[in-house]
Design a binder for this molecule. Structure first.
Ligand code: MN
Length: 350
């Protein structure tokens, strides 16, 4: 142990954790009911059979912590020196539900519960709005209601029944984001049935690998569909070091341009800028689950040190030693303060 973890900025910066999850009992109960009745997709079944119904100690503790927005969570934040948690409804939100009215009802309740928690701990919690993309127009209204409730961003847990946000039917969601000046966070979800087969076969469908593949694809689909040409000020946040997009950017950009020039795909249209531009003007990476200096400094080098933000991914990776790892990073004091505090303050307008 190299140093004690405290809140209050004793290291020269506050720690703002930006991908912190909560759940509601109703949300989990309904997911488990769908799993039990065989109505959930394969990925949701794989994930929630573990977190919601297994005897594994880490799984049970995680679910207990997800449900708490009170003193236990605050005590855990104090113990790890987290000053502010940016909270969102845990994956898959309400996006896995097959009944749209149920999804909307659970979503509204979750947003209200989060708004109450943010009111109870105004200096510790910041909220993001959850939506039910199953109904894009309704989701646009809920984004506007969330902004009125004081939320500072919108959380989408990757695909919704195999559909991605670049589908033109989701445009009302982007319009509402642009109108309210809020960032979009695309968080992982279990990959859809059309993708997950070979991953499940090898036990690699979840956070170990499948999440990153699906969410990186989602982010890239949003970029290459030209959404940032239509909404040039919009900011899209991707966790887990930007879901590997910074690492692959040179090749992705080269092959994207070659693909556009060849007119090989009807869907691949010319963009106003190259992919480097969007990664440096519209995408923010968080460090959730990736407390690893080589990957984080690489993302900073590619995207700029204004575009990488700290996240713990509580309660899934509630590990005090990870916080110390960040404190001990061999980067400048200025870059560390941006990473831990001021980038989040700018992006979420705190
Ligand atoms: Mn997460």
């Amino acid at each position: 142990m190299s140093h004690e973890l405290k809140t209050g900025g004793d290291r020269g910066y506050l720690r703002i954790a930006t991908e912190e999850a909560f759940a509601t009992q109703e949300q989990i109960d309904l997911i488990l009911k769908m799993v039990k009745e065989g109505r959930a997709d394969r990925g949701t079944t794989s994930l929630w059979t573990f977190y919601g119904a297994s005897n594994d100690e880490r799984a049970q503790l995680t679910t207990k912590r997800l449900l708490d927005l009170g003193e236990t969570r605050i005590a855990d934040m104090d113990a790890t020196g987290i000053d502010i948690a940016v909270l969102s409804l845990t994956s898959p939100g309400v996006q896995a539900y097959d009944d749209v009215d149920t999804a909307k009802r659970v979503c509204v309740d979750a947003n209200d519960i989060l708004a109450d928690a943010c009111k109870a701990y105004p200096t510790r919690y910041v909220g993001m709005t959850s939506i039910a993309p199953q109904d894009p127009e309704w989701s646009a209204q809920e984004i506007r209601r969330g902004a009125d409730l004081g939320f500072r961003g919108v959380m989408v847990n990757s695909h919704t029944h195999g559909e991605y946000l670049d589908n033109p039917k989701f445009d009302p969601i982007f319009r509402a984001l642009a109108d309210t000046g809020q960032p979009l966070y695309i968080h992982p979800s279990p990959p859809p049935d059309s993708m997950i087969g070979p991953m499940l076969e090898a036990g690699l469908d979840g956070a170990v690998y499948g999440f990153g593949v699906d969410t990186g694809l989602h982010g890239l689909r949003v970029i290459t569909s030209g959404i940032f040409d239509r909404y040039p000020d919009l900011q899209m946040i991707l966790g887990h070091g930007g879901e590997a997009l910074p690492y692959w950017l040179f090749r992705t950009n080269f092959m994207h341009q070659a693909g556009v020039r060849s007119k090989r795909y009807e869907c691949l249209k010319p963009l106003k800028h190259d992919l480097f531009h969007y990664m440096r003007n519209n995408v923010i990476a968080t460090t959730s689950g990736l407390a690893w200096e080589p990957a984080i400094t690489m993302a900073m080098n590619v995207m700029g040190d204004d575009r990488v933000m700290y996240a713990m991914d509580y309660p899934y990776q509630y590990i005090p030693d990870e916080v110390r790892t960040y404190d001990n990073f061999n980067i400048s004091d200025e870059a560390k303060k941006k990473l831990m505090q001021t980038n989040a303050e700018r992006i979420f307008k705190l």
